[in-house]
Write a protein that binds this ligand. Structure first.
Ligand code: HEM
Length: 142
């Protein structure tokens, strides 16, 4: 369980990063060209919000598995949980204005704020971890 969820939790992060960067670049381009807020943009934001929830759930399982096998969580594990929970909530904030009437430009701006603030919190959450595991590629030995 520990190996499996360390692997899942370690690798979903890269998928999240790729989708987030794609969304960021796409939103900047669409907004600067004064384009409509299209279905693909909505899908990108949804994918980012959903992936972070999946990552959060993997983290929660890992947290419980480690608690069971290694005893009480350490300080950095608690702070990691806290920072990532806020990041997950921010990344899904766009559901709050999905049905509201907004200009495409305002919608892209809000989307960009969601992405940038989530990324900042994700980086803080990762920097709270011990340096050897922050950016490693966890070898799959399943
Ligand atoms: C939602 C965004 C999250 C991201 C991007 C993230 C990212 C990471 C990364 C990169 C690692 C190091 C992986 C490795 O060992 O190679 C890690 C470790 C870990 N994460 Fe997360 N995490 C997130 C959320 C959470 C949450 C919500 C929890 C707990 C409820 C959690 C619990 C843990 C635990 C227990 C470890 C292992 C720490 C250790 O080895 O002592 N994570 N996380």
């Amino acid at each position: 369980m520990n190996e499996l969820f360390t692997f899942l939790h370690s690798w979903t992060r890269w998928l999240l990063l790729i989708v987030g960067i794609l969304a960021l670049v796409y939103f900047v381009m669409r907004r600067s060209q004064a384009r409509d807020f299209n279905a693909f943009s909505a899908r990108l934001l949804n994918a980012f919000g959903t992936l972070i929830v999946v990552q959060w759930l993997f983290g929660l399982v890992l947290f419980i598995v480690r608690w069971n096998s290694q005893g009480s969580p350490t300080g950095y594990q608690w702070s990691h949980l806290g920072a990532m929970t806020i990041a997950m909530l921010v990344a899904n904030a766009h559901h709050g204005w999905r049905r509201r009437q907004l200009t495409p430009s305002a919608r892209y701006l809000r989307g960009l704020i969601v992405l940038v603030v989530s990324f900042a919190l994700l980086i803080v959450g990762i920097l709270l971890l011990p340096s050897p595991i922050q950016w490693r590629f966890y070898p799959p030995s399943l």
